[in-house]
Design a binder for this molecule. Structure first.
Ligand code: 13P
Length: 340
């Protein structure tokens, strides 16, 4: 393990004024996204879409890193340049999703455990050879009646820590992602209570597994009302609760926090991030690692047609620019119409 190198990469990933694009949809998830534009989900269409995002003019100014999927890191641009190499040339750090998904946790109905630890060391070595300098592992915690249980939180936190240790051993920066889902009708307070328990457990396990905090990035949910909650808390409340919870549980040695969007609309996710950064100075760089919130508008504008390739790129670059502004608290909702 090279601590200096790990800290350098982590620092580049969470540099202010930029953020991470999560483009690591698995085969099943990208099919769901393509279904919304009635496009066949095959390897070549996946490749074209990822090229649209990675080569969007101007986007590199707002993007520090890209999380790819196994299929993607093995693919090339239309000109035959491997994607990892293409991103690196633009000053973007290439990353890779290494978990194999959340599966039902035996004995614990409604809860999941993320799989993928077996053979992970060998896979990390291969991915590093393909150009990856950071990785991602997502644990999923659902809120419902009687869940999450302490056991499910513990089991997922332990897997996250084992993954992080293997990454650092191979000079790959781990993105540690414990996602408390915003599905359901729960209140912001309930989300805060669960997120606190989850972060407490995750950092306890990271400490136990001797993780170098300076060489990792945390990817948490924001503290937010459930999507189906009758009275959803306003943006300022989301920002304040998120900062309060993170300050209680994330040591300042962690260089950066890159939020997931989790089903928030693009405008909502951008506004929340901006309000969070307006509460600074914060002990860590607070930025984004959005999937849907960065891509939704671009995917729709493209619609899977060659004619709209450039329009899709413009939409992506626009959202990336607005979200990048939010990392320094300089985004305001009225920019939505102006930037159109
Ligand atoms: P969303 O921003 O769409 O939640 O995706 C981020 C991600 O990488 C989830 O693992």
């Amino acid at each position: 393990m090279n601590p200096t190198e790990l800290a350098r990469i982590a620092g580049a990933m969470v540099a202010k004024g930029k953020g991470i694009l999560a483009a690591d949809e698995s085969t099943g998830t990208i099919k769901k996204r393509f279904d919304t534009i009635r496009l066949e989900s095959n390897a070549e269409n996946h490749r074209t879409y990822r090229e649209l995002l990675f080569s969007a003019p101007g986007a590199a100014d707002s993007i520090s890193g890209v999380i790819m999927y196994d299929e993607t890191i093995r693919q090339k641009t239309g000109d035959g340049v491997p994607f990892a190499q293409y991103l690196t040339k633009q000053g973007i750090v290439p990353g890779i999703k290494v978990d194999l998904g959340a599966k039902p946790l035996a004995g614990f109905p409604g809860e999941t455990i993320t799989e993928g630890l077996d053979g992970l060391r060998e896979r990390l070595i291969e991915y590093r050879g393909l150009g990856a300098r950071f990785a991602k592992w997502r644990a999923v915690i659902d809120i419902g009646e009687g869940i999450p249980t302490a056991y499910a939180i513990e089991a997922n936190a332990q897997a996250l820590a084992r993954y992080a240790a293997l990454c650092q051993e191979n000079d790959i920066v781990p993105i540690v992602e414990p996602e408390v889902l915003m599905d359901g009708a729960h209140s912001l307070d309930r989300c805060a209570e669960v997120t606190e328990r989850v972060l407490q457990t995750v950092f306890d396990q990271l400490f136990g597994h001797r993780i170098l905090l300076e060489g990792m990035v945390l990817k948490p949910n924001m503290v937010i009302s459930g999507k189906k909650a009758p009275n959803r808390a306003p943006p300022q409340t989301v920002a304040e609760a998120t900062v309060r919870v993170l300050k209680r549980h994330v040591p300042p040695a962690v260089p950066g926090i890159a939020f997931l969007s989790g089903g928030q609309s693009p405008a909502e996710a951008t506004l929340h991030l901006s309000l969070i950064n307006q509460l600074g100075p914060l002990p860590w760089s607070t930025t984004f690692s959005y999937g849907r919130a960065l891509q939704d508008e671009a995917l729709k504008a493209w619609g899977g047609t060659a004619n709209n390739f450039g329009t899709g790129q413009k939409e992506f670059a626009r959202r990336a620019r607005l979200t990048a502004l939010a990392t320094t608290g300089r985004y305001a909702s009225d920019m939505e119409s102006k930037a159109a």
